[in-house]
Design a protein around this ligand. Structure first.
Ligand SMILES: [Zn+2]
Length: 192
């Protein structure tokens, strides 16, 4: 991941696709440390999980909390994940491509899974991930859409320790609907 803290690329007001269903507007606090996200003094991730067009889970987490969780993952898991993503996701091409898309057409960024390259319409379950600061979202490589199919592939690369830690985190931060809870590999926060 590039250093988003220092990244000065394109930004736009957070689109409604990344608003909170629960709060009926922008996310206001980090799910972990509860810091105020809208003051603009930190970069944070927004992740929302969908079943069809229906949002089923969502969270916003600041970069500090995210970094702390990444630190806990085993080195082997992180390396396998990095290698997989490098092989399947051409980030340079993505930067070039998204640079040509208009800021008011956020759906372009979310048209297909960046790993499987299949259109969103072919994936019943998927998550979208964006990077924000204050009330603005970065429009560059992210936002992205990751299908459940791709998530399950990535979960297979992780050690048991890492999967257990992620499972704990999901328990802590999401009230997962039963259909996801039955299949713990169907969702993972983006950690690469
Ligand atoms: Zn936090």
């Amino acid at each position: 991941m590039p250093e988003f803290q220092e990244y000065e690329g394109r930004w736009a007001p957070i689109p409604t696709q990344f608003h909170s269903l629960y709060h009926e507007g922008p996310f206001t606090r980090c799910v972990d440390c509860e810091r105020d996200l809208l003051t603009g003094d930190c970069t944070y991730f927004i992740e929302r999980v969908f079943r069809g067009s229906e949002p089923v889970c969502e969270m916003a987490m600041c970069m500090d909390c995210r970094g702390a969780i990444s630190q806990e993952l085993s080195a082997e898991s992180s390396q396998r994940l990095q290698a997989f993503v490098e092989e399947r996701f051409d980030m340079e091409a993505r930067f070039e491509q998204t640079g040509e898309w208009p800021e008011n057409d956020i759906d372009r960024w979310l048209e297909q899974c960046v790993i499987t390259k299949q259109p969103r319409t072919q994936h019943r379950n998927y998550q979208i991930v964006g990077i924000c600061r204050g009330d603005q979202m970065s429009l560059d490589m992210l936002p992205i859409l990751i299908s459940q199919t791709a998530t399950e592939e990535m979960q297979k690369l992780l050690s048991k320790k890492t999967r257990d830690r992620l499972g704990q985190m999901i328990d802590d931060f999401f009230g997962m609907p039963p259909e996801f809870a039955d299949n713990p590999d169907s969702y993972s926060p983006l950690l690469w």
